[in-house]
Design a protein around this ligand. Structure first.
Ligand SMILES: [Zn+2]
Length: 435
């Protein structure tokens, strides 16, 4: 089945912070995105592409819209929906008071299944088509999540939490059981269709040296899986890590000692890093998930995007639900912009939309599959509505150029801006449909 989607069209070819403006993106005011059997088969100016469309192509008109690749959430916890917007604590208290009791419920497979469905509905509603996702310590939390993703044909990465200390009874595993359970989940799910597995120690505080050692062994035995954890989110957390691992150079060094760094390793937060940690993230090729909404909500601190750019470290944007209170990557980017301002830094509109799409995809090492509209990539894309609300319409009508439009979309947009979400060339969310 061949379909051609006509509307304004934007996608990125490279990183605006590194390349010259001309080569980083393609924008067509009247563009055409052609998909065939779930993949991109052409993309460009409608006037030149229309005459060469094969006969029988289904033409889909998207008036007053911007077509762009699906958004990427580089760090999110699917079991934490019910603790979103819980009041009044910093990270470590917040985990004990809200998060751990909520995660304990995932011992029940039926509960996990209901939550996975609700979570994915919400992701698609805000235009997130790929995410790197924490489960709970229970292997069935990952079975439930991946089953729901498989049903919807989504490209997702997830893994069971490894956590053998400093957490309540009922939410801990052991080094051996976490190794065996993770291995079995990797064998069941990694590279099954569009799914990939992430070895997921929660953070250094809740894993013993023995468990981190086995996490490293899992990566060695399965070189194409991911590593997903937290790093340097909160000052008390950093202090606790120093007490638990005396003799390490810094927080990142704990993970480094167990061979957990690399091209498919993603560290959430990275706020309180020293120079040596930044350099090591660069030399190891590891990536960061920047979660500004969560960092502001929990009072964790202000991430430096400038430092990440200067040290050449890949960055994706993460909602960090439920430490974050916003599913929308646009709303999260709006907070990212404010965090940058508070640090005397900047995030340009082009950089923001790059981070939401190709930048996030690069952080997740998936550029060979998704992230832009190059021929052969998987057709996960969004229809953004330029008339989503009266004020968005007014602001965009008043905009003088694409940069102004993108900035207004990022600062004013949310789920209402996302008119449709398409997965592998099929419509998976329609804002205006009566479900
Ligand atoms: Zn998190």
């Amino acid at each position: 089945m061949i379909a051609a989607h006509r509307g304004s069209l934007l996608h990125f070819l490279d990183d605006p912070s590194k390349s010259s403006v001309d080569s980083i993106f393609e924008y067509y005011d009247d563009g055409l995105l052609v998909t065939e059997n779930g993949l991109i088969s052409d993309c460009g100016d409608a006037a030149s592409l229309m005459p060469r469309l094969p006969s029988g192509t289904k033409l889909v008109q998207h008036a007053n819209s911007l077509i762009c690749p699906g958004f990427v959430d580089a760090h999110v916890h699917y079991p934490q929906l019910e603790v979103m917007a819980s009041h009044g604590e910093e990270l470590l208290d917040w985990l004990n008071r809200y998060t751990f009791p909520a995660e304990a419920k995932f011992a029940n497979p039926e509960y996990a299944e209901v939550c996975a469905e609700r979570f994915l509905d919400e992701l698609l509603r805000v235009g997130t088509t790929t995410a790197l996702v924490f489960g709970t310590v229970h292997p069935n939390s990952i079975d439930a999540f991946f089953r729901s993703c498989e049903k919807r044909n989504l490209r997702m990465i997830s893994g069971k939490v490894m956590m053998d200390r400093n957490a309540p009874v009922g939410l801990t595993d052991s080094p051996e059981s976490s190794y065996v359970d993770s291995k079995s989940l990797i064998e069941s799910w990694h590279n099954k269709g569009r799914l990939r597995y992430a070895v997921t120690p929660r953070f250094a505080i809740t894993s013993s040296p023995e468990q981190l050692n086995l996490a490293g062994l899992l990566l060695k035995e399965h070189p194409s899986v991911y590593l997903h954890t937290h790093l340097s989110e909160n000052r008390s957390e950093v202090d606790s890590v120093r007490e638990l691992f005396p003799g390490v150079k810094n927080y990142l060094d704990v993970y480094d000692q167990y061979d957990l760094l690399g091209q498919r390793s993603v560290f959430a937060h990275c706020i309180h890093l020293d120079n040596e940690e930044w350099s090591r993230l660069n030399t190891s090729g590891s990536a960061i998930a920047h979660c500004p909404n969560s960092n502001l909500f929990l009072g964790s601190g202000l991430f430096s995007m400038k430092a990440a750019v200067e040290h050449g470290v890949r960055v994706g944007i993460g909602s960090d639900i439920g430490g974050g209170c916003e599913f929308s990557i646009l709303r999260t980017l709006a907070d990212g912009y404010k965090v940058a301002r508070l640090r005397g830094e900047d995030i340009s509109p082009m950089q923001a939309f790059y981070l939401a799409t190709l930048g996030g995809v690069r952080a997740l090492d998936l550029e060979d599959r998704i992230g832009n509209f190059l021929i052969g990539k998987e057709a996960d894309f969004l229809i953004l509505d330029r008339g989503a609300t009266p004020i968005i319409k007014h602001r965009l009508d008043m905009s003088k150029n694409l940069n102004e439009q993108l900035f207004a979309m990022m600062m004013l947009g949310d789920d209402r801006l996302v008119k449709e979400t398409w997965i592998m060339g099929e419509k998976s969310h329609d804002r205006d449909a009566n479900f």
